[in-house]
Design a protein around this ligand. Structure first.
Ligand SMILES: Nc1ncnc2c1ncn2[C@@H]1O[C@H](COP(=O)(O)OP(=O)(O)OP(=O)(O)O)[C@@H](O)[C@H]1O
Length: 892
């Protein structure tokens, strides 16, 4: 019904309003994050920018005004369409060269020329001369000099018409050539969301029409509705709304021939549109009804063009409008929801990184200190122990030089200049000898330190580098890693590959020279000596004789020790300052982690819940309740009619009483929704927010999931075979293992959270307390009898699920739901917890299988680290299950 069009517009505007609010809240949350916390460091500035840009684009798109944009192969075709739409001959069908025309709602019928921006042009229009039904042709026609672009006059028609209520506007762009189209539309129609109709009154589209459509398609990347209009379609439309009995014979005849002509026309046009690829060959105008209704189900963002005859306009045009508007809302809400979930994912990863940093940094510091200390000790030991070795090396090298003096001198004469003073010659020969000496010593040292580099400095270097990288402002001049480098290189300079290029060699040489200068030597005088070979020989021999190998070695060793010690001290002080810096920083990181966990992530989770729920609502509608099937502490579970291809289907409706509950629910929703499909998990399929619940004051969130048959509590109460119970226990373990593999902890494993299908296979449900380990705050959650003792201390991990499974397994083995006698005596949960802390656990029933009892005892061990891994529990259970099958086969 065309009169439904305003309803579709109203629906769209209402959802845009919700989206606008969510976008604004998202923007303010982002501002809060950026200005207050500056966690952009963790989230990454680039992605920050991408999100902000995407949000801004969405904010602009939301503001687009929906309207009906009418194109056509001629003014005649456009007039025919608009006249059918409004059910009156408002536009003359025999006219051309139109101006831009806008038809909109108003309390009184009027017509005037404007400049687009609502500036009225004072012009005498023909319509002003008297009463009009059809807009006079002269008023529509564009003047010869009238611009199509700047200051393009637009004819604004105001009608008090039902189809135009709720701001429904009809826009007919001015007649222009296909080439001008782009520019004309850009100027005239900014920021609109058009529902585009292309009216065709001929059998075929002309080449010019095809070019126009092609140009339009590049401007508007949305589906078009092609409408084939018969020349007498107004009559047809009128007649089709009347019953056939009320027609006279001659009217019936007219209708018949009209139908035949329009069928031919329709067929030709349809074939041409298929050939041009504008419509799908499956699309038959007669079946449009069926196709359109199908589309409302598979509404995605890639709607096709549509095609219909004028006969269907009355019934189907609003369906086309609905699909366009729905797919637009869906697209916008989908983008928004994507932004929210991306952000949320980043928050959780960020919290993971922060938790890891908080945990690992103190350990890294200890490790670095420990390794450095070992390195320091080892180097000092090497320096002492190698004194003897170095002495021997010096001795043997000196001996070697002594026995090969001739060779040394030959080397000297090949490199020295001929005309030099005896002082210079003496120095140069000394240099040569020292060089040989230092090369041999350095060779030895490099060898012993080389292996140290492997064993100590590699990991230490990496550890320090990562600590220093995480430290945003390093204090002091010397970093700890520089100090470590110094420890090693100051003593041995292990980074140099060839000992001859050692800087330490030069230091060593200088040191030796200094040493030598302290010895009395005949060549140190300035007396004139002949630089003959004999004299040179004497210089070498004297020098060698005056050197004490052990003194030299001791000096070298002491020098090394001094360097190592002073570098070790520098390291310690650099480490102290690094530690101070990091501990301050870690406090800040912890504050940020808490802010993410308590404030930012829940806020985004709530926004994500709203945007995703909006998508689900638009796509699938509200679930229709059949009957209530269960009640929990936080909500009511009901069965419902199939929803979004889920059959059988159930939903849990939760009414969060305050912001904290809203946020908790939103986080639960996010984690649960992101859990991938698994046969042992009840998958949350969608959500819808019922804002009208409680008279609009307390919206309800409907969490939609597959419907199961009953819970394990009911199953046990009604009796389940031993084998079935064991199979269920294995299913539960598989479910928990899967959650843990996703980094999630369930925290509320209990009979009522294990649901059974019609084959009594189990799935875990109720992820109300399910949370990633990094986001855990130590809150005390769960169901008292299933709660591990450490849960009360607030410091716990995923092994609380192993404990809860132990208790659950007790019930499974007991085969009934009565409380264990050991637990039954307590008046309240505090008494129960006190006893559990003291080691009280469920009793061993007489019929318990030994292996099962052992397993539950291990699972509920007081010390979390004593509880078995689920990878161990599962094969144990499988073995028990196999044995049970064997036993039952033997019995039968
Ligand atoms: N998907 C489902 N299909 C069939 N029944 C369900 C489904 N989900 C829940 N139920 C039933 O509804 C009951 C209430 O479920 P709900 O999750 O609200 O509460 P609970 O787990 O019993 O307790 P609480 O949430 O307060 O810890 C369950 O015990 C179960 O019997």
């Amino acid at each position: 019904m065309l009169s439904e069009i305003p309803k579709e517009f109203k629906w769209y505007l209402k959802h845009c309003q919700s989206l606008r609010r969510i976008i604004q809240e998202t923007q303010s949350s982002l501002n809060d994050i950026n200005h207050v916390l500056q966690i952009g460091i963790f989230l990454g500035d680039i992605c920050e920018q991408t999100f902000t840009d995407a949000l801004e684009q969405l904010a602009v798109k939301i503001e687009r005004e929906p309207l009906l944009l009418i194109f056509g192969q001629s003014c005649h075709a456009k007039a025919l369409f608009v006249n059918i739409l409004l059910g009156q001959n408002i536009l003359p069908t025999a006219s051309s060269q139109w101006r831009h025309v806008t038809i909109k709602y108003g309390p009184t019928k009027s017509i005037h020329l404007t400049l687009g921006n609502e500036i009225e042009i004072v012009e005498n229009l023909k319509a002003h001369e008297g009463f009009w039904d059809c807009i006079p042709e002269e008023d529509l026609r564009r003047g010869d000099n009238e611009s199509l672009l700047d200051h393009c006059p637009s004819l604004e028609v105001i009608l008090k018409h039902n189809v135009l209520k709720e701001n429904v506007k009809i826009l007919i762009p001015p007649d222009c050539s296909p080439n001008e189209l782009g520019e004309v539309l850009e100027k005239v129609m900014e920021n609109i969301l058009p529902v585009i109709v292309y009216a065709v009154s001929e059998n075929q589209l002309s080449d010019l029409n095809i070019q126009e459509i092609r140009n339009l398609k590049t401007i508007y990347e949305i589906p078009f509705l092609f409408v084939s209009l018969a020349d007498n379609c107004n009559l047809e439309a009128k007649i089709s709304s009347m019953s056939t009995e009320s027609l006279t014979e001659s009217e019936k005849h007219v209708v018949e021939s009209c139908n035949q002509a329009s069928d031919i026309k329709l067929g030709c046009l349809r074939d041409q549109l298929i050939r041009l690829g504008y419509i799908n060959s499956e699309l038959d105008s007669d079946k449009t009804d069926e196709l359109l209704s199908k589309k409302s189900f598979c509404l995605d963002c890639s709607l096709d063009n549509d095609f219909m005859s004028d006969k269907l306009i009355n019934d189907k045009f609003n369906l086309f409008i609905r699909n366009i508007l729905k797919s637009t809302v869906l697209k916008l809400a989908g983008c928004l929801s994507q932004i929210h979930s991306d952000y949320l994912r980043k928050f959780i990863l960020c919290a993971f990184d922060m938790a890891r940093e908080i945990q690992i940094t103190p350990r890294r510091i200890l490790y670095a200190q420990d390794i450095e200390y070992k390195l320091y000790k080892t180097l000092m030991k090497i320096a002492c122990e190698q004194q003897e070795e170095i002495t021997a090396i010096i001795q043997s090298t000196l001996q070697e030089i002594k026995s090969n003096v001739a060779e040394v001198l030959e080397e000297y004469s090949s490199t020295s200049s001929t005309q030099t003073s005896p002082k210079v010659v003496t120095m140069e020969i000394q240099q040569l000898v020292l060089k040989r000496l230092s090369t041999s010593v350095a060779n030895r040292i490099v060898k012993s330190v080389g292996c140290l580099q492997e064993s100590f400095t590699g990991t230490l270097k990496r550890c320090l580098e990562s600590l220093e990288r995480n430290c945003h402002e390093l204090e002091g001049n010397l970093s700890a890693s520089d100090a470590v480098k110094q420890i090693v290189s100051a003593a041995y300079n292990i980074e140099l590959k060839t000992p001859t290029s050692f800087s330490v060699v030069h230091t060593f040489v200088d040191r030796l020279r200094a040493l030598l200068n302290t010895f009395t030597s005949p060549w140190s005088s300035n007396s004139q000596v002949h630089c003959n070979l004999q004299w040179q020989l004497q210089v070498v021999t004297n020098m060698i004789d005056s050197l004490s190998a052990s003194k030299l070695a001791k000096t070298i060793s002491l020098q090394f020790q001094e360097h190592v010690k002073s570098s070790h001290e520098s390291f310690q002080s650099a480490m102290r300052s690094l530690e101070n810096q990091l501990s301050g920083q870690l406090e800040h990181t912890e504050e940020q982690r808490i802010a993410i966990r308590k404030r930012h992530a829940p806020r985004f989770a709530r926004l994500a819940l709203e945007s995703t729920s909006l998508c689900d609502l638009v796509r699938w509608g509200m679930p229709k309740q059949i009957k209530e099937i269960g009640r929990g502490q936080y909500g009511v579970v009901s069965s419902c009619e199939p929803w979004g291809n889920i059959n059988p289907c159930a939903f849990k409706s939760v009414v969060p009483p305050d912001d904290r509950h809203w946020n908790d629910l939103a986080m639960e929703f996010y984690y649960t929704r992101t859990i991938l499909e698994h046969p042992r998990i009840v998958k949350l399929r969608g959500s819808v927010i019922d804002y009208s619940y409680g008279g609009g004051s307390s919206p309800a969130v409907l969490l939609i999931m597959e419907r199961m048959i009953r819970d394990l509590y009911c199953g046990l109460r009604n009796g389940l075979s031993w084998q079935t119970r064991l199979r269920i226990a294995i299913d539960v373990i598989e479910g928990i293992r899967y959650l843990h593999s996703q980094g999630l902890v369930h925290r509320d494993i209990k009979l009522k959270n294990v649901l059974l299908d019609n084959e009594d296979r189990a799935k875990l449900t109720d992820f109300g307390f399910c949370i990633p380990e990094a986001m855990m705050s130590g809150s005390i959650v769960g169901t008292p009898v299933h709660m591990a003792p450490e849960l009360l201390s607030g410091r716990y991990d995923s092994s609380v699920d192993v404990y809860a499974f132990g208790i659950l397994f007790w019930y499974i083995c007991a085969g009934q739901v009565k409380l264990p006698t050991h637990f039954d005596q307590f008046q309240n949960k505090e008494q129960l917890w006190n006893s559990v802390r003291k080691g009280i656990r469920p009793e061993c029933l007489s019929y318990f299988n030994r292996a099962c009892w052992n397993l539950m005892e291990q699972c509920w061990a007081a010390e979390p680290s004593d509880r078995p891994l689920l990878g161990y529990v599962q094969p144990q259970l499988e073995q028990i299950y196999k044995n049970a099958i064997l036993e039952s086969n033997q019995d039968s």
